[in-house]
Design a protein. Structure first.
Length: 259
């Protein structure tokens, strides 16, 4: 494995897009793969055309979190507070264009309320802002939020998954809380360069799917509240297309641009 970090994954993406299509150079991508070309004018790689989808590997979800001292206890309370406060609520994110920024913009759009975005440089500072009551809310990863929830330092209102989590079975989904079909996932997928032979892609998909069934892999995924998927190449291609269309509309509506 070669870690080519930087530019929200773009350095690695560009490297693999130009690699030989022989199945020996693969790309592990996160959900930012769907949005980088929409946010950065410098991104010159097409997230669909320049790759051969292999498999969607895992998904993990966020929770809508508020300070423990907040009077807000439900998503309805949060919307009511936003409509009551001049200018709406404030919310923290781990950075402009990150998943928890766009996810909150989607919530704001669906709920018809105003919100002021307060971007931080990472999930740590944004979590601290919620804990300290410097902002009204944030979308935090489930494993990141759990220790503070258990310690009573944070309240969670809903989870962004399509069904409830066994880790917090009493916590409703955002969908159940009045935002029909709302879903926000942080996902990991496997891609090969465009032109990789179909039989090679199929073999890679089979091996990836088999790996996701191994007990030690499942145990490690459970530790970070990630769910194994193991889709077909066709399913992953359809997922990518839908994901890009979904976030393209939100990015355009919110006028988000990262330079």
């Amino acid at each position: 494995m070669e870690n080519k970090a930087g530019a929200s994954g773009y350095i690695a993406t560009k490297y693999v897009a130009r690699a030989p299509a022989d199945g020996h150079t693969l790309l592990m991508v996160a959900s930012s793969h769907s949005t980088n070309h929409l946010l950065y004018s410098t991104v010159k790689v097409d997230p669909i055309k320049d790759f051969a989808p292999v498999s969607l590997l895992t998904t993990n979800y966020f929770v809508v979190a508020v300070p423990a001292s907040s009077p807000v206890n439900t998503m309805q309370d949060l919307v009511a507070l936003a409509k009551k406060k001049p200018g709406g609520i404030s919310y923290a994110s781990s950075g402009l264009g990150q998943g928890n920024h766009l996810g909150m913009e989607l919530l704001r759009s669906m709920g018809g309320f105003n919100a002021v975005h307060v971007p931080f440089t990472g999930i740590g500072p944004s979590t601290a802002a919620v804990l300290g009551g410097q902002v009204d809310a944030s979308l935090l990863t489930l494993p990141g939020a759990m220790p503070n929830v258990k310690a009573g330092r944070l309240k969670v209102l809903a989870i962004t998954s399509p069904k409830r989590s066994p880790l917090l079975p009493d916590l409703p989904t955002v969908d159940e809380s009045g935002f029909p079909a709302y879903e926000l996932s942080g996902w990991i997928g496997l891609l090969a360069p465009r032109g990789t032979p179909r039989e090679v892609v199929r073999k890679l998909q089979r091996e990836a799917t088999n790996a996701l069934k191994q007990p030690d892999v499942i145990s490690q995924l459970d530790a970070v509240a990630a769910e194994p998927v193991g889709s077909t190449p066709e399913q992953f291609a359809a997922f990518l297309k839908a994901d890009i269309e979904k976030w393209a509309a939100i990015i355009k509506q919110a006028g988000v641009k990262v330079e």
